[in-house]
Design a protein around this ligand. Structure first.
Ligand SMILES: [Zn+2]
Length: 166
């Protein structure tokens, strides 16, 4: 887990407190950064100017993580694959149910799971692509808590804090 964090997290030095025994691990520490070979955040969650026409504004429902075509996408949390589908906007997508959370991975080029599969945090579930409405390969990552959209960046900050406590 740590090796993956070091390679993929925003190149932050993770202070690891040697010898600290954590009896009750913070659940945030068990979550996985959702994509390998992460390059940069290419679009934030929230209102933005239209990504393709630049006319008007639109609500961007997730966080765009730029990564190379084919880079592995990893389940953020343990859960149950509830949807593998295509739509013109999100492209090929996988949704995982981790009640009360739902996490969705869009624009994928390949899928490694099927509906009904149980997945573990960090498990490879798909590969980065640019299917649907995308100008280049990236992961559009959407998080919902009890059905309400949540800014995934805030979740990454929570995870970072948890990892730094390790
Ligand atoms: Zn997006």
């Amino acid at each position: 887990m740590l090796a993956r964090l070091v390679c993929c997290w925003l190149l932050l030095a993770l202070p690891v407190a040697a010898g600290v025994k954590d009896q009750d691990p913070d659940p945030w520490q068990k979550l996985s950064f959702p994509v390998d070979s992460f390059k940069r955040i290419s679009s934030a969650f929230g209102w933005r100017s239209n990504a393709t026409t630049n006319k008007g504004t639109e609500f961007h429902s997730g966080l765009d993580l730029a990564a190379p075509q084919g880079a592995y996408i990893r389940a953020w949390a343990d859960g149950l694959v509830q949807k593998v589908a295509y739509d013109p906007r999100c492209g090929w997508q996988v949704s995982v149910d981790s009640k009360p959370w739902t996490h969705t991975y869009c624009h994928i080029s390949a899928v490694a799971v099927k509906v009904g599969d149980v997945v573990r945090a960090g498990q490879v579930i798909a590969a980065v692509g640019a299917t649907g409405r995308a100008t280049g390969p990236h992961l559009h990552w959407t998080l919902r808590y009890n059905g309400e959209l949540v800014d995934p960046y805030q979740v990454l900050l929570q995870m970072q804090q948890a990892w730094q406590k390790k």
